[in-house]
Design a protein. Structure first.
Length: 210
């Protein structure tokens, strides 16, 4: 196990991680964070409960500019419940960063409040691909300033039929960006996603489900 202090993070970040009880990195965090912090692409496989949210979240939040009122990171998840969990974890990790805005955009809830929330510009959007696609088509969301894109639980997103939405969304984010792909399994469709949407992705494989 490695301490978070081994990473080039700010003091407020380290102190907040301590208050959350995070002292040592989990294996997927130790394997991922050095690449995430450098802005590199990553293809990571780890089972549920291994700390994947912080494995991308700490790096993403470190690299984010709070003074820039633009969506800088987009995190896609397979379900509303997972998106809300991820948003909650990102907010805990970002507690020391005042004025940071993390917006959740999921289906099954009214469209208009999301639209209003997006008009006020979030720094991070976390959501499900279907509703994100709808906002993009209606031009109620702008992803022109995204620097990091995360596909969380990518295998489950494909299982629930989000392949077409993901494909569509890729046309709305800048080509020059960091793409982080997290999945519990690496079947061919996931490797194909990586080939199509990532550049020189580092592979991290830990705690695999059997
Ligand atoms: P996964 O996405 O891999 O299923 P999560 O990111 O949801 O896992 O994390 C699982 C739990 O572990 C969460 O409650 C989270 O707060 C906690 N956690 C994450 N990283 C650490 C750490 N380095 N030390 C202690 N607890 C952690
Ligand atoms: Mg997760």
């Amino acid at each position: 196990m490695k301490a978070f202090t081994a990473l080039p993070l700010t003091k407020p970040m380290i102190e907040n991680l301590e208050t959350l009880g995070y002292q040592e990195m989990t294996p997927v965090q130790a394997g991922s964070l050095p690449h995430v912090l450098k802005g590199e692409d990553l293809l990571a496989q780890a089972k549920t409960g291994s700390g994947k949210t912080a494995a991308f979240g700490i790096g993403l939040l470190h690299n984010l500019n709070v003074k820039r009122f633009r969506v800088q990171a987009l995190v896609m998840c397979p379900t509303r419940e997972l998106a809300e969990q991820v948003a909650g974890e990102l907010r805990r990790i970002a507690r020391f960063k005042h004025n940071i805005k993390i917006v959740t955009i999921c289906g099954g809830v009214p469209f208009l409040p999301q639209q209003i929330s997006l008009e006020h510009q979030g720094h991070i959007v976390v959501g499900t691909p279907g509703r994100i696609e709808q906002h993009l088509k209606r031009k109620t969301m702008n992803l022109d300033h995204v620097t990091t894109l995360v596909l969380d639980e990518a295998d489950r997103m494909l299982d629930v039929g989000f392949a077409d939405s993901i494909e569509m969304i890729m046309g709305y984010v800048p080509k020059h960006r960091q793409t982080l792909l997290f999945s519990a399994t690496f079947p061919k469709p996931i490797l194909d996603l990586s080939t199509r949407f990532q550049k020189n992705a580092h592979q991290v494989v830990v705690d695999v489900e059997h």
